[in-house]
Ligand binder design. Structure first.
Ligand code: SF4
Length: 394
């Protein structure tokens, strides 16, 4: 059944059909793919998502393969996208949908909202984009677009109710898929944060900020929250046998970066030097008494609200203090491994620790006390496996 469109709706939908970017999940509007793409797009740039999306579909082509996958495998496939609670919720969600909904992604907003990791935005995206139902959605792009279209003169965090009401009023029956995507696409491509391309904007006749020359002042900026700096220390501990294996542990599931793998470490206490912190953290987390052999690097990673400065050290067992025993007592982790450097690629790490691994892979000769040597030969490829080895172990 066809529904009459207002001039605003018509202009936007026509523009979307003409200008939309070709994205893999727009080929068939398969609900599973729409859901995954929408979760990936939260906090992540479109270009990056398109790279990860294909890889994801190769690993988990449908909801059944995802529901059967162990969490470790899901996290590994998500590695690089950050905000890992999204991946954990995707896994839980898939299991619930297979168990309770015969593997069919629900279209009803209330049912969607009851699923882990699905809030009003994602519920709106699945209902409207996958099922073409007239359900509203508001994301950052739409918020900025509405701030200009309707000349919202308060910060958007205080205007959420108004934004959602407007989105609900505007979304047309029978055309929700094109309309909601049109709003998002217009915000992303034309009504950009800086220098919006108003001349090319299909809805400029309806835009109050454009008419009143207020674009530079909309949206009203939010008083900035200061980014918090956290200083941490971590240690790469070599196996006492000197065979190049490194100690890694898997964080507790309900912790920050839950179930990801890491080198032990933690936040510096007041007045503590990073070298002291890493020794203390090792003891508190594993019962290992270690010594710092060398500074490896310092990495900096920015999260939405935090800047994490991570001091990284090469460590070994402190034989003056205690006997080297490679079995830890895990106080802050659920599992551990002694793994060779190339084997670390099989585990999912947080961005800071992944940067550290990349640094070691790229810069082995940078260190004066460690080197890479051939440790084993990979039986299937015949290629040598390299190991981090302290010079005194050679
Ligand atoms: S006219 Fe300009 S400010 Fe208004 S919605 Fe279009 S791009 Fe945004």
């Amino acid at each position: 059944m066809l529904f009459a469109l207002t001039p605003f709706q018509q202009a936007l939908i026509t523009w979307f059909h003409r200008e939309q970017r070709p994205l893999p999940w727009r080929e068939g509007y398969i609900p599973y793919q729409i859901w995954i793409s929408e979760i990936m797009l939260q906090q992540t740039q479109m270009e990056r998502v398109t790279l990860f999306f294909d890889r994801w579909l190769q690993q988990f082509p449908d909801i059944h393969s995802l529901a059967l996958a162990p969490e470790d495998k899901v996290l590994k496939c998500w590695e690089g996208l950050g905000y890992y609670s999204r991946a954990r919720n995707i896994g839980k969600c898939a299991q619930i949908i297979v168990r309770d909904h015969d593997g069919v992604i629900p279209s009803d907003q209330k049912t969607l909202l009851a699923l882990p990791g699905i809030g009003p935005y994602t519920a709106g995206a699945i209902a409207s984009i996958a099922y073409n139902l007239p359900v509203p959605l508001v994301d950052a792009n739409i918020g900025r677009l509405f701030a200009r279209l309707f000349d919202i003169d308060i910060p958007l965090t205080q205007a959420q109710k108004f934004l959602w009401q407007k989105a609900e009023e505007l979304v047309p029956q029978g055309h929700a898929r094109a309309f909601n995507q049109g709003l998002m696409e217009l915000g992303a491509l034309i009504c950009t944060p800086k220098d919006p391309a108003c001349k090319q904007c299909p809805v400029n006749p309806f835009c109050i900020a454009h008419r009143d020359k207020l674009i530079a002042e909309r949206p009203i900026p939010q008083k900035g929250k200061k980014q918090i700096t956290i200083e941490m220390a971590t240690g790469i501990l070599t196996h006492p046998q000197g065979d190049g294996r490194l100690f890694i542990q898997q964080r507790l599931a309900d912790d920050v970066w839950g179930s990801l793998w890491e080198f032990p470490g933690g936040r510096l206490k007041e007045g503590e030097r990073p070298e002291q912190a890493v020794v203390r953290e090792f003891f508190e987390e594993t019962g290992f008494t270690v010594q710092v052999d060398q500074k490896i690097t310092t990495t900096i990673h920015h999260y939405t609200r935090y800047k994490v400065i991570l001091h990284c050290f090469l460590c070994s067992f402190d034989l003056l203090e205690s006997e080297a025993r490679p079995d830890p007592i895990l106080y802050a982790a659920q599992d551990y491994r002694w793994a060779l450097l190339p084997e670390l690629a099989n585990f999912a790490f947080s961005a800071g620790h992944r940067k550290l691994i990349e640094f070691i892979n790229i810069q082995p000769l940078f260190f004066d006390s460690i080197t890479l040597r051939e440790s084993h030969t990979n039986r299937s490829t015949g290629r040598p496996i390299m190991a981090v080895v302290k010079k005194k172990d050679l």
